[in-house]
Design a protein around this ligand. Structure first.
Ligand code: DGY
Length: 322
């Protein structure tokens, strides 16, 4: 009798993925709203063949030890994988997969929505109406920043950064970008995007949107000096990882009025608590890491994550290896 692989799935994902996994494996599903605690996670991975992890689960040497030699694959239900010690997995021959491609446009949509909401002060405007402060049409009421004609600086020009550029083009913006590697000239010309050193992008842009992975090099890339380099009255958008921004420095830059506003889909730590200083600032819009959260995209992420897991269980190359 052939052995049915055993997998631990650290949270309920859409059925599209769960059903595919259940057809081929015994699925131990952590079906709670909150992630398993560290202790529970270490316990539940003992002896599994595969792990479907989320960005809230730290997959490191300790976890790999706890899982033991049966573990063949870690499939992350996200495109980002800063929660995973990929080197440690590689050293043990554990395959690692992620979900690129399917969430690109959905994430760029949300980043652009944040950009527009902060530029035109939508959260403040909504509060204004709800608080019954709307007395009349006002020549100076809730003035924001124009999006058309403005310069957008994109930091990190992978799939999502490039989709952001496409949106900016549609809005008549000028696009600058900085990335470790420059994209081919035809991509630059298709997107009307100009490569510049980071300092120049920071200094010339009215909006900065972050689309870089979180690594040792990018942690606090946007620190006090970087914020100071940004234009007076600029807007910062972050839909990458919270750790890319020094939040204390950001709060100072927003308080002093050096920045006009910020829109954050991601924070450090997550969740951000309601008493966080950033939330007391009317020009800071924070949403709870929802950039990929559309029904269709989450289904497609589930399918991809399941396909990676199932390939890894039978020792085949993952469709989307890290
Ligand atoms: C990712 O995929 O890395 C996002 O942060 C969540 O979809």
């Amino acid at each position: 009798m052939s052995h049915r692989p055993h997998v631990f799935v650290t949270r309920r994902i859409p059925d599209a993925g769960l059903e595919a996994m259940r057809a081929a494996a015994d699925v131990d599903l952590w079906d709670e709203e909150l992630p398993p605690s560290r202790d529970v996670l270490l316990e539940r991975v003992r002896g599994v063949d595969g792990l479907l992890s989320l960005l809230t689960d730290r997959v490191d040497g300790e976890l790999l030890d706890s899982a033991g030699p049966s573990l063949k694959v870690v499939s992350n239900y996200a495109v980002g994988y800063d929660n995973i010690d990929v080197e440690a997995c590689r050293a043990l021959g554990v395959a690692v997969g992620n979900t690129p491609g399917v969430l690109t446009e959905t994430t760029a949509d949300l980043a652009f929505a944040l950009l527009m909401a902060v530029a035109r002060r939508l959260p403040e405007s909504y509060d204004f109406v709800r608080q019954d402060r709307w007395q009349t049409w006002g020549p100076l009421l809730l003035l924001g920043k124009d999006i058309h004609g403005a310069t957008l600086g994109i930091i990190g020009f992978g799939r999502i950064g490039r989709e952001m550029a496409r949106r900016a083009k549609g809005f008549g913006m000028r696009t600058l970008y900085y990335s470790r590697t420059r994209v081919p000239a035809e991509v630059e010309s298709e997107l009307d995007a100009t490569f510049m050193p980071l300092d120049e992008v920071l200094a010339q842009s009215d909006f900065i949107s972050l689309h870089t992975a979180l690594t040792e090099e990018t942690r606090h890339l946007i620190d006090a000096p970087a914020l100071a380099r940004m234009k007076q009255g600029a807007i910062l958008i972050n839909s990458s990882r919270g750790g890319v921004v020094d939040q204390a420095a950001l709060a100072d830059a927003l308080r002093s009025g050096h920045l006009f506003g910020a829109g954050l889909d991601v924070t450090d730590p997550e969740p951000m608590r309601a008493d966080d200083p950033l939330l007391s600032l009317p020009n800071c819009l924070v949403v709870p890491h929802i950039a990929s959260a559309s029904e269709r995209t989450r289904d497609r992420m589930a399918e991809k994550a399941a396909a990676n897991l199932l390939a890894g269980l039978v020792g085949e190359p993952l469709p989307d290896p890290v």
